[in-house]
Design a protein around this ligand. Structure first.
Ligand code: BTN
Length: 244
């Protein structure tokens, strides 16, 4: 039996405080290895999707993964979805709540956001490097946070006890590495049944937001190219842009 080398998490860097783990990796791609993971105890300028900020108090898990020379549509975006699945598989070991993936890649515990994921990329000549940033509410306070768009929750809020962040990180990286390998070998299609089991509001009405625009849709399934198949105006369509 051959033992394949780890790619995701082959190098793990930990810092106490940093503006943003995503920015640190993207601005220093020469200094970090492909698959390197950067973890921070707290971030002072954490980034969220759509230019929002991501509150990053001590107690949460803030990490980014560097993917060098990456194909955005074939690897980065599908792996982003699989990162959400890896979070589901990791967090379900700690809390009994129903976990789901709200397209494109938020993780929800019932109707509360527990994790946000942010892919970013940078082009250097004809090379593209990408990062996937994961912010998971573990023991950090989220209930009192102002200006939250969605209700948020942490693992500790649900379980009532502080969780071991190092243990969660280890479980998550192991799962991410396995999924990365599976994605390259077999593509995203291999994971669609598992992903579609945890699609948020599957078969039920949801609000699709694209910029300032809001519209009712019914999510049906994730697609093999990391889009969302849904019913919009009673017509089946695929979405690649927006969020529900
Ligand atoms: C979202 O808006 O839901 C995405 C949030 C992503 C937050 C994570 S925390 C680690 C990484 N570094 C950042 O600055 N953002 C991501």
């Amino acid at each position: 039996m051959s033992i394949r080398p780890h790619i995701i998490g082959s190098h793990i860097y930990r810092v106490c405080s940093i503006p943003s783990t995503n920015t640190a990796l993207l601005e220093n791609t020469d200094h970090y290895e492909h698959g390197a993971v950067l973890v921070a105890d707290r971030q002072t300028a954490g980034l969220g999707r759509r230019q929002r900020n991501w509150s990053s108090e001590k107690g949460g898990l803030y990490m980014s993964i560097l993917l060098k020379h990456v194909d955005i549509s074939r690897i980065l975006l599908p792996f982003c979805l699989l990162s959400a699945l890896a979070v589901v598989r990791t967090v379900e070991k700690h809390i009994p709540s129903e976990l789901s993936i709200k397209w494109p890649n938020d993780v929800y515990a019932e109707d509360n956001k527990i994790c946000g994921i942010l892919p970013q990329s940078t082009a250097c000549g004809d090379e593209t490097h990408g990062v996937i940033g994961i912010g998971l509410n573990v023991n950090n306070p989220v209930k009192g946070l102002k200006e939250l768009r969605q209700p948020a929750v942490s693992i500790k809020d649900i379980s009532g006890a502080a969780a071991d962040i190092k243990h969660i990180l280890h479980t998550l990286i192991t799962c991410l590495d396995r999924y990365y390998d599976g994605l390259r070998e077999h593509g995203l299609a291999n994971y669609l049944p598992e992903l579609n089991n945890v699609l948020y509001r599957k078969g039920r009405t949801a609000i699709l937001r694209t910029g300032e625009h809001e519209q009712k849709i019914i999510p049906l399934a994730f697609t093999e190219d990391a889009g969302l198949s849904c019913l919009r105006d009673n017509k089946k369509t695929r979405l690649y842009w927006g969020e529900i």
